[in-house]
Design a binder for this molecule. Structure first.
Ligand code: GLV
Ligand code: MN
Ligand code: MN
Length: 425
C-alpha cells in the first residue's frame, strides 16, 4: 500500500504551477495574452533553458537529443527497467494561448515534485519529456521531435531538404538555437521499442465537452488521424486593370475554389467527426493591383476514421486537378505532408488512469482526442495514454485559452498517481 501523503497536503502546488505558466508565457514573440513561440527562435531557446532549469532544481538527470527533445529523468530503484514517461510541448503557434502543451510539461514537473515531496520512491524511472516542435509552424511538419523519436525515416530524409518561409534550412535553424546537427545523425533520435514501459500526456482538452458536462478529467482512448497537404497553383498574373477578364488565369480564384471544395468534401462525408481547414492561403505577389500569379494553400484534414479522411484527401486532389484545368492554371504542387493513422491508448495505461481517478474521487469521462499530440507518435513505441482537463469554452490555439488552477491541480494529481502506480508495476 502506497502512502499518498500529498493527497492530504493541500493544493499549494497549483499556485506555483500558475506562476511558472505565467513566466513561460512571457517568452513570447507576440504581446500578452497571446503567446507565439516558434521552433528554434530566441523565445524557444529561453523556454528550453527555463524547463531545463526546473528539471535540474528537481534533481532530474537531464539530457537532450540531436533535435532538442529534452529528457529529465528521476532514476528509479530498478533503473534497468523501462521507464514511465510523460511530457508534451512548449512551442506555441502564432497568437495562441499559454496552456496548450505547457500544462503537460510544467504540470509533469509539478507531478514529479509532488511525488518527491511525498517521499515516493520510484521503482521504474520516471521521465519528463519536452518534445521539440509539436506544432508545424516553422517547417510544416507536426510532432517533429516525437515523430523522429518514433523512428520516422521519411522525416530524416525530408529534414535534409526542408527550409522555412525565409529559406532557412532545418539544420541552420537548429544551429542558431545551439543544436549542431549533422543530417546523417538524425536517426540517433530514434528510440527503442522497449525504452518506455508507458507514456502518459497531460493536456487541456482543447474542446468544450468536459467543461460543458462539468467533468474534471478526460481519459483519452484514441487520437484522431490528422493529415496535412500543401497545394500550389501558378498562373500568368498581370496588371489588375489592363488584363481583361476573359484573358486571365487567376490563381487566387483557383485557391478560393479549392478552399470551398475542401469544405464541400468534408461535409459530404456525412460525419460530424470529419473536419477540414484551410489555415494558410497566400497569394503572390500580394498587391491589390496585380492578378495573383502564385497561390499557396495548406490544408488540414482529420477524422477518427482513417479511410473516411483519406477519401476526403482523394476528392480534394481530384478537385485541385479539375480546377486547374477549368481555370487554365498549373497545379504545380499537391503534396501530402503527413497522413498519419489514428492511435489507440493502451489498456494498461487506461487502467492505471482509471485507478488514479477513483483513488482521487475524480469523476472522469472516456473520450477521444480530436487534436493531435506527441502521444500519437509515442504510441508507436510505447503503451500510451492521455489525461485531459477542461479548458474555458474549449478555446485553444487562441489567446483566450484558459485552464483553472483547480483543474490543473486535478490533472497534476492524476498524472502523479498514474505514474507512481505504473512505476511500481
Ligand atoms: C495540435 O496542435 C493540433 O493541431 O491538433
Ligand atoms: Mn497546439
Ligand atoms: Mn498541444
Amino acid at each position: 500500500m502506497i502512502c499518498w501523503g500529498w493527497q492530504c497536503g493541500g493544493d499549494g502546488f497549483s499556485s506555483a504551477l500558475v506562476a511558472q505558466i505565467d513566466e513561460l508565457a512571457s517568452f513570447s514573440d507576440s504581446p500578452a495574452p497571446s503567446v507565439t513561440r516558434v521552433l528554434y527562435s530566441d523565445r524557444d531557446v529561453q523556454a528550453r533553458r527555463y524547463i531545463k532549469g526546473i528539471m535540474k532544481q528537481l534533481g532530474l538527470s537531464v539530457r537532450e537529443d540531436a533535435v532538442g527533445n529534452i529528457f529529465g529523468r528521476w532514476v528509479g530503484s530498478e533503473a534497468e527497467l523501462g521507464a514511465v514517461a510523460t511530457g508534451s510541448h512548449v512551442d506555441a503557434i502564432p497568437f495562441s494561448g499559454k496552456y496548450d502543451g505547457v500544462v503537460g510539461v510544467l504540470g509533469a514537473l509539478e507531478a514529479i515534485s509532488v511525488l518527491q515531496r511525498s517521499g515516493f520512491q520510484p521503482k521504474r524511472s520516471l521521465e519528463v519529456i519536452m518534445f521539440t516542435s509539436e506544432e508545424p509552424t516553422r517547417f510544416g511538419i507536426s510532432c517533429l521531435g516525437s515523430r523522429l523519436m518514433a523512428g520516422s525515416k521519411e522525416l530524416v530524409q525530408s529534414l535534409k531538404r526542408t527550409v522555412d518561409n525565409h529559406n532557412v534550412s532545418f539544420v541552420d535553424a537548429a544551429d542558431s538555437a545551439g543544436y549542431k546537427i549533422h543530417p546523417d545523425d538524425l536517426h540517433n533520435v530514434f528510440l527503442n521499442q522497449d525504452a518506455y514501459f508507458a507514456f502518459i500526456e497531460l493536456h487541456i482538452e482543447q474542446g468544450p465537452i468536459l467543461e460543458k458536462e462539468g467533468i474534471p478529467i478526460g481519459i483519452v482512448t484514441a487520437i484522431a488521424a490528422p493529415a496535412s497537404i500543401k497545394v500550389e497553383f501558378e498562373g500568368n498574373g498581370g496588371h489588375a486593370g489592363a488584363v481583361l477578364m476573359p484573358a486571365r488565369n487567376d490563381v487566387g480564384l483557383a485557391a478560393a475554389e479549392l478552399a470551398l471544395a475542401v469544405e464541400k468534401h468534408v461535409l459530404e462525408s456525412g460525419s460530424i467527426d470529419t473536419v477540414g481547414t484551410v489555415g494558410i492561403l497566400q497569394l503572390h505577389p500580394g498587391a491589390i493591383n496585380s492578378i495573383p500569379s502564385k497561390s499557396h494553400l495548406e490544408i488540414d484534414v482529420r477524422d477518427v476514421d482513417e479511410k473516411r479522411r483519406n477519401d476526403v484527401i482523394e476528392k480534394v486532389h481530384k478537385s485541385a486537378i479539375d480546377i486547374s484545368k477549368i481555370r487554365g492554371v498549373e497545379l504545380s504542387e499537391f503534396k501530402i505532408i503527413n497522413q498519419d493513422p489514428p492511435a489507440l491508448s493502451d489498456k494498461s495505461v487506461i487502467n492505471a488512469m482509471e485507478f488514479a481517478a477513483k483513488q482521487l474521487s475524480l469523476e472522469y469521462k472516456l473520450m477521444i482526442s480530436r487534436a493531435y499530440h506527441d502521444s500519437l507518435f509515442m504510441a508507436r513505441i510505447s503503451p500510451m495514454g492521455m489525461i485531459f482537463i477542461p479548458c474555458y469554452k474549449g478555446y485553444s490555439h487562441k489567446p483566450e485559452e484558459y485552464a483553472s488552477p483547480e483543474d490543473m491541480a486535478n490533472g497534476v494529481q492524476m498524472l502523479a498517481l498514474t505514474m507512481a502506480k505504473l512505476s511500481l508495476e
